[in-house]
Ligand binder design. Structure first.
Ligand code: KG4
Ligand code: ZN
Length: 339
């Protein structure tokens, strides 16, 4: 018997991207993102401005997603939204919009954990294969750096996390010192490709277990740059590509060492990457090479689904829809939502 198609409207508003997507089952029909450029002037996300921009963007973004997919509101089977973690004011915009629309259309509401979504994005129907369980999930983003054992779609066990800054945050803060724009991660990545990763050596912090730390590294970079700028004002300009390559090398090495350790301890060599920093060419190539030498299976997300997007919220919505795991109007946005 042919299964009936279900149409999910997904909404993501956890940080500074207002996004909406339409999925037909596990297939993405549209994936619209309004990036908030206003934060560029401040070199980082300003929470109050983010929620205001979400309020302005959410209706046009949802309209565009429906239009591009060629789907009407009446065809929708459910609405999935990001409940957390993220900035509370930003989450509230998506949460209240999703709740009112689900009430108006009298269709189920599905709450989604943003961090689970970064990993479950691999179950979207595209040219990349779906990973089997169990796998070692590595989420590297602007707000988080986590290593998790994933035994099933919704069975997540956190085994390592950052004790301070997230890896994406470290990329962005180092970029700020170098005078690069925001977010600096992709800019550093690009410049690093023409630089020498061994030009400058920064120490790898010693952190027990599978946890990582990025704030000490950031302080080392700040001190190193200040010291050299005092001697030579043109230091950054003259060494920009090498600085980017060396910074990227160290940031990647910090998480890479812990992935190696996690594989050894937990005897799981299927690695699934997610989050904005999973777009990084240094991290991607390092894991791809290790997959060949160590016999690992490595799953890298499709570029479109690395940074924040609503398609990843939609796939979780679909997986929960199949289980009839619906949320309720009582559930409120949660800035520190756990797995
Ligand atoms: O997942 P994401 O869009 O938002 C959060 O959930 O935090 O991640 C955003 C982060 C930013 O810090 C950005 O600089 C970083 O991902 N990023 C990158 C690259 N593309 C995005 N970092 C390094 N290399 C990249 N190519
Ligand atoms: Zn994210």
């Amino acid at each position: 018997m042919k299964q009936q198609s279900c149409y999910i409207l997904a909404i993501e508003s956890s940080c500074d991207d207002t996004a909406a997507a339409i999925l037909r089952n596990d297939e993405v029909l549209s994936n619209i993102i309004a990036t908030q450029d206003i934060h560029k002037a401040y070199g980082g996300v300003v929470p109050e401005l983010a929620s205001r921009a979400h309020q302005q963007n959410i209706i046009p973004v949802v309209d565009q997603a429906l239009k591009k997919a060629g789907v009407s509101k009446k065809q929708l089977s459910a609405i999935a939204y990001t409940r957390g973690p993220g900035l509370l004011g930003s989450l509230l915009v998506g949460t209240s919009f999703a709740k009112s629309l689900s009430m108006g259309l009298e269709i189920p509401l599905i709450d989604v954990n943003h961090m689970q979504a970064h990993l479950l994005t691999h179950f979207i129907k595209d040219e990349n294969p779906n990973p089997e369980f169990p796998f070692l999930g590595v989420t590297v983003s602007g707000g988080h750096t986590q290593i998790v054992i994933v035994k099933d779609h919704f069975d997540f066990e956190l085994i390592g996390t950052t004790l301070d800054d997230a890896i994406g945050e470290a990329f962005d803060k180092c970029g700020k010192i170098l005078g690069l724009g925001y977010p600096a991660g992709p800019i550093i990545d690009k410049k690093a490709q023409s630089g020498n990763p061994k030009a400058f050596k920064f120490p790898i912090p010693k952190v027990p277990g599978l946890n990582v730390s990025y704030s000490g590294f950031k302080t080392n970079v700040i001190n190193f740059i200040h010291k050299n700028m005092q001697k030579d004002e043109g230091f950054i300009e003259a060494n920009l590509n090498d600085l980017c390559a060396s910074i990227q090398y160290t940031l990647v090495e910090i998480i890479y060492e812990k992935i190696l350790k996690a594989v050894e301890i937990h005897q799981v060599s299927r690695i699934v990457l997610g989050g904005g920093v999973s777009a990084n060419s240094g991290l991607r190539s390092k894991l791809t090479k290790t997959a060949i030498t160590n016999g690992w299976e490595v799953f890298l997300p499709t570029f479109e689904f690395t940074t924040d997007n609503a398609a990843m919220i939609g796939i979780v919505g679909y997986l929960k829809y199949l289980k009839k795991d619906f949320g309720s109007l009582k559930e409120s946005a949660s800035a520190r939502l756990k797995f």
